[in-house]
Design a protein around this ligand. Structure first.
Ligand code: C2E
Ligand code: MG
Ligand code: MG
Length: 693
């Protein structure tokens, strides 16, 4: 029996030669089909409705067989559908597909509509016209497309209006598209879709990182990566950008790597300025202490691995304050700059030169074989300052003191090495400047000793009987009469016995203890002098003042009250200052000395001839007496040159109205020569050693 369609729309009979039950076969095929299949007669009455159709529309096939197809269509399209069917029936075409795009929709039992894709075929079965419709629900696809469409519009409007620049780049680095902001960012014309351009140049230093980011993003290692880099602007400048690279190669609407870029040049330069400020000295542009300490720490760490030495040279310009005070800060700054330039000239590539502020410079020299090289560098630096500096229409000569500290692989910290170099520099200053000093064990011991002295001196000053005053007579050379006595500090140490000033005055000056020590000596000198005056001894008493005591604002009050307390008349008290006061603040010194003189204090310039001051500054101080240093006196008899100097000093002093004292007179021969040269007074072991009382 040939296969046929029954009234109920089901095939019956046998198919093929194997005797398969055609009805069963077709039923299974229809039931298993994943698409909904509906057959209707010419009158649009439903003849067949498979399982997928049942699922799609929500009806049982029994409910629909014999019902009009329009039940499966929304009301509003039914008429249009009827028209289609009529047209299709008349056409010769056998099959036609329609999709949701031509408005094909289905209506589910629950009233929901869904977009559909339909293929309709015309069949002739046993003379009847039959339509079969394969229906597929495409809501999901439609939703996806809608989503993409929205995303695309969103992308476009984002791209159009974004302050950021969007670039789409092909895997082979061609620019496929740029947003309008691109022109603002890099000065080039925008690239529209369909055009192509080359990607702007990436800064050589950022290239490797960009390469890595780009290939990683393309390879899909990361979908999106961020990076800061420089791109070349059309004007030839580099612009810092923050770039987010996203792989949208698979995205049909993009098809490339999207680089979302914004300009961070301002931020970068602010950061650089901050860094510069934090790590560099504003005047010279040299690294500052922080950066230097960092470099030194690295150098020390690597010296531990390599066994090399690291040297730190602490340089301080000698008497820089004089330049600054006398020529003004502008010239001072210019001089510092000039020094910085000379230092930079002799620096090796690996050395770091820093300015610590003021007139202090630090040089870190890594990779040295030993001390010798460090000291050679110190020599070179000192030599580089030999030539005069030409500033403010003057020739200025400068010298410097350098402290050298060399690490010896004993795991020192940067602070330690710097502190040692600093201490060595102070030692170089103490020895008169214009030299280097190496921080070695001897210096270390001396420093330790100094610390001991400081501690003990502090205690001694608190005790009532440890700091005492001895007096040494000063005699008139012609008569041998004692005209004055010099008060000299002595320390009666409970264990060590009598200690001379050479061991403690410097420490007292450095630690500020000199103020209280000076007050003690002044008080004792005035007290003893007052006592001697009362028993009829007519003589002067002189007290030594350190330069820093002259700077003490309380000095004048202290002198005045001591004089009043012990009834010291005018011209009975003298103070001795050395030429060193001249190199500090000469104006200040002149003022204080002038005030002392108004109080009736005589002024003595001590140790004359060995200091820095030149004779021409002397007239600026209101002096009474000049004391020639004992160095000249000791060689006076043997050395004709010294005799000439002494003679010159004496006549110059007399011309200025000063009387002259020679100190350190030990022999009668010296006393005789001095008298011949016209010297007024003498002081020394010949006339009497310093004694209590
Ligand atoms: P100065 O003021 O030049 O004192 C003279 C120094 O020469 C004293 O040393 C004295 O003992 C020593 N002297 C005196 N006659 C002779 C001699 O014939 N031959 C030799 N070789 N030396 C002689 P002294 O007492 O050790 O004091 C050393 C320095 O300490 C003083 O030098 C002075 O600058 C300072 N000094 C002493 N007492 C004080 C003080 O109370 N305050 C301050 N600021 N400094 C002081
Ligand atoms: Mg003296
Ligand atoms: Mg002296």
């Amino acid at each position: 029996m040939p296969a046929a369609v029954t009234k109920s729309g089901v095939l019956v009979g046998e198919v093929g030669s194997r005797g398969l039950d055609a009805r069963l076969l077709l039923t299974r095929v229809l039931e298993d089909a994943s698409d909904a299949i509906i057959a209707t007669g010419e009158d649009q009455e439903i003849l067949l409705f498979n399982r997928a159709a049942e699922e799609l529309f929500g009806y049982c096939s029994d409910e629909l067989i014999g019902q009009p197809l329009s039940m499966l269509l929304p009301q509003r399209v039914r008429r249009r559908h009827a028209g289609h069917v009529a047209r299709f029936s008349g056409e010769t075409i056998e099959r036609r597909s329609m999709s949701e795009r031509s408005g094909v929709v289905g209506l589910r039992r629950d009233g929901d509509e869904f977009p559909a894709e339909v293929t309709i075929a015309k069949l002739r079965v046993s003379g009847h016209l039959v339509f079969t419709a394969t229906v597929r629900d495409v809501s999901e696809r439609v939703a996806l497309e809608e989503q993409r469409r929205r995303a695309e519009t969103r992308f476009e409007s984002l791209v159009e209006h974004s302050a950021d620049t969007i670039m789409v780049v092909s895997p082979d680095r061609r620019l496929l598209f740029t947003s309008p902001a691109y022109t603002r960012l890099l000065g080039h014309a925008t690239v529209k879709l369909g055009e192509q351009a080359t990607l702007p140049r990436v800064h050589p230093e950022d290239e490797a990182l960009f390469e890595d980011t780009f290939t990683d993003v393309i390879a899909g290692g990361t979908r999106s990566r961020e990076q800061e880099m420089r791109l070349l602007h059309r004007d030839g400048d580099w612009r810092w950008i923050h770039a987010t690279c996203t792989n949208l190669l698979e995205e049909p609407s993009v098809g490339g790597v999207v680089i979302n870029a914004h300009d961070i040049t301002a931020r970068k330069s602010a950061e650089a300025a901050l860094r510069q400020q934090a790590l560099f000295d504003p005047l010279t542009g040299l690294p500052n202490r922080i950066l230097l300490a960092d470099r030194l720490t690295q150098a020390l760490a690597s010296s531990e691995r390599t066994g090399c030495h690291v040297a730190v040279l602490f340089l301080d310009i000698d008497r820089f304050k004089v330049v600054n005070d006398s020529l003004g800060h502008g010239t001072g700054d210019a001089l510092l700059l000039a020094v910085a330039r000379r230092l930079q000239k002799i620096r090796r590539g690996v050395d770091t030169i820093a300015r610590l502020g003021g007139d202090e410079f630090l040089i870190v020299a890594p990779g040295l074989e030993g001390r010798e090289q460090a000291l050679q560098l110190a020599d070179r630096i000192l030599a580089s300052l030999d030539d005069p500096f030409h500033l403010a229409n003057r020739e200025l000569f400068l010298t410097a003191s350098i402290g050298v500290s060399v690490s010896q692989g004993d795991r020192p910290t940067a602070e330690r090495v710097i502190a040692d170099a600093d201490a060595a520099m102070y030692e170089a200053k103490r020895r008169g400047g214009k030299r280097w000093t190496l921080f070695d064990n001897e210096l270390r011991n001396r420093m330790l000793q100094r610390i001991t002295v400081e501690t003990e001196l502090r205690l001694a000053l608190g005790a009532s009987d440890q700091i005492v005053v001895h007096y040494q007579p000063i005699v008139e050379l012609t008569s041998g009469r004692v005209v004055s006595r010099e008060a000299l500090a002595r320390w009666e140490h409970p264990e060590r016995g009598l200690i001379l000033p050479g061991e403690f005055i410097l420490v007292a000056e450095e630690t500020g203890l000199i103020q209280s020590l000076g007050a003690k000596v002044l008080d004792a000198a005035c007290r003893d002098s007052g006592r001697r005056a009362r028993i009829g001894i007519d003589e002067m008493v002189s007290v030594n003042l350190s330069p820093c005591q002259l700077e003490d604002p309380q000095l004048l009050g202290l002198v005045q009250s001591s004089m009043e307390r012990y009834g010291i008349p005018r011209n009975r008290l003298a103070v001795e200052v050395t030429e060193n006061v001249l190199i500090r603040d000469i104006d200040r010194a002149a003022f204080v000395l002038g005030e002392l003189r108004r109080l009736g204090v005589r002024l003595v310039i001590d140790d004359f001839g060995v200091g820095y001051a030149s004779l021409r500054y002397l007239h600026r101080l209101p002096l009474d007496i000049l004391k020639i240093d004992r160095e000249f006196i000791s060689s006076l008899v043997e050395d004709a040159a010294d005799a000439t100097i002494v003679s010159t000093i004496i006549s110059m002093a007399h011309n200025m109205g000063l009387s002259v004292v020679a100190e350190g007179v030990e022999t009668q021969r010296q006393a005789d020569v001095l008298q011949e040269l016209g010297c007024d007074y003498g002081q020394g072991y010949l006339f009497g050693r310093p004694r209590p009382g």
